[in-house]
Design a protein around this ligand. Structure first.
Ligand code: GNR
Ligand code: NI
Length: 166
């Protein structure tokens, strides 16, 4: 297993819509294990494949307190959403930045697990928020897209300055 480098905004690879996973092979299993290790090490509650430079419609998540509820979300589709509300959000690709965005408090989802088996999931609260955040990543979107262009510009400048200092 390995901790993979996480791409930061404004990397153009975060802006591509990812293509569906079609091969459930050994290479995919290895990638999923590395993504969990990277997410737990960060630490974060979710990680999309394009955040580690892999263009595939795949995210991992674990919103549990004790890091014992790993979820693999492959080729996810939203079946329904309820209770739009403002929630505070962060992202591993936008280090040291947090802001409030509108999300649904409840979400129903269909996805494939790491073996390609379909499942359905009903999520609420942080986990529902995380599902929406991850699907946005897989569509090439970031939560800052919901903020004003002024805020977005300030954030981009801050991150470019931080990257230049690395
Ligand atoms: O670790 C994370 N925390 C978080 C908090 C509120 C809403 C979404 C998230 S996901 C984020 C990890 C990440 O960047 N996943 O793509
Ligand atoms: Ni994120």
């Amino acid at each position: 297993m390995a901790v993979l480098p996480i791409l930061h905004h404004p990397d153009p690879r975060l802006r591509k819509k990812t293509p569906p996973v079609q091969q459930f092979d050994q290479k995919l299993q290895r990638l999923i294990d590395d993504m969990f290790e990277t997410m737990y090490a960060a630490p974060g509650v979710g990680l999309a494949a394009n955040q580690v430079g892999v263009q595939l419609r795949l995210s991992v998540m674990d919103c549990s307190e004790h890091h014992d509820q790993p979820i693999v979300m492959i080729n996810p589709e939203v079946l329904g959403a309820e209770e739009r509300q403002e929630m505070e959000e962060g992202c591993l690709s936008l280090p040291d930045i947090r802001d409030k965005v509108q999300r649904y408090n409840k979400i129903r989802l269909r996805a494939l697990d790491r073996n390609g088996q379909p499942y359905e999931l009903e999520a609420e609260g942080l986990m529902a928020q995380c599902v929406q955040h991850e699907i946005d990543h897989l569509d090439g979107k970031l939560y800052i897209d919901y903020l004003s262009s002024l805020k977005r510009e300030r954030i981009k400048k801050k991150l470019l300055k931080a990257a230049a200092g690395d």
